[in-house]
Design a protein around this ligand. Structure first.
Ligand code: FES
Length: 266
């Protein structure tokens, strides 16, 4: 009885012989490289990069001859017109740059967050209270007053989106993170500092947040520092507190630009 079930003997023989053949080719290549190839090192000297005197003299002579035959030296109007045109060429670049639109100014450094803005649950559209955030859960939040139908919503949410998690205060290793939290609730930018994907995975046991794009991993119990992957910076943290009515609120804007780390961080 053939022991491998539905695999036919012919296929098995084909696989085996192909495997043996590839192994034999590999073994032969290794043997050839180690025992038969010569160990002698061969260096090919580079020739001088600079042209010899005779060639340079010929190029100079050809250039002078060409300039003479073009009569450009004697036709001052043509020459000056040409020089003027060449001077104006870079101006077209200035016009092209202008067409890129207004300069971003400081808009890339600021988000909608400011002192007193409530943290609103992105799914329910309700302001968050500390009791709404359970230990180990991941909640996404936006600033109050930012609605999906608003013009410019995508631009604003791309900078202001937050991840809210609650940790046991004892588990928070970073001193500033602890100070900027409220009863273990911490708010971090949801925008990956690599190339700006939204982070969406959170591992409760390790407190790691994972970016699905290129697997950058951030330790949310240790200042969201990068522990794996291509991201160059920790995720920015938003300082939060609770207002008189018991809702979670921002205590200011991020103190550094959110998102990709190619911005020069001041
Ligand atoms: S965008 Fe997050 S790892 Fe690349």
């Amino acid at each position: 009885i053939w022991p491998l079930g539905h695999i036919s003997a012919l296929n098995f023989a084909l696989g085996m012989t192909l495997g043996v053949a590839l192994f034999a080719i590999g073994a032969g290549a290794v043997h050839w490289a180690r025992t038969l190839m010569s160990d002698e090192e061969v260096a090919d000297e580079r020739h001088a990069i600079e042209a010899d005197t005779e060639t340079r003299a010929k190029v100079h002579a050809d250039f002078k001859q060409g300039a003479k035959e073009s009569v450009i030296g004697r036709r001052k109007l043509i020459r000056n017109t040409m020089l003027g045109a060449l001077t104006l060429v870079p101006l077209s670049g200035v016009v092209l740059l202008r067409d890129l639109g207004p300069l971003p100014g400081t808009s890339l450094r600021h988000t909608m967050w400011s002192k007193g803005k409530l943290l609103v649950n992105m799914n329910t559209n309700e302001p968050l209270r500390p009791a709404d955030v359970a230990v180990g859960s991941l909640t996404f939040a936006k600033p109050e007053g930012l609605e999906e139908h608003d013009e410019g919503f995508m631009n604003e949410i791309a900078k202001a989106a937050l991840m809210i998690i609650r940790l046991e205060p004892d588990a928070i290793k970073d001193k500033r993170e602890l100070e900027w939290s409220h009863e273990g609730i911490v708010a971090y930018s949801k925008i990956c500092t690599h190339v700006g994907c939204p982070i969406s995975l959170y591992e409760q046991q390790t407190h790691h947040a994972l970016c699905p794009c290129h697997q950058s991993t951030f330790d949310l119990a240790d200042g969201a520092r990068v522990i794996f992957g291509p991201a160059g910076h920790a995720l920015p943290q938003l300082r939060i507190g609770v207002n008189d009515e018991g809702y979670l609120e921002a205590l200011g804007d991020f103190d550094e630009p959110v998102g990709p780390s190619f911005w020069e961080r001041g």
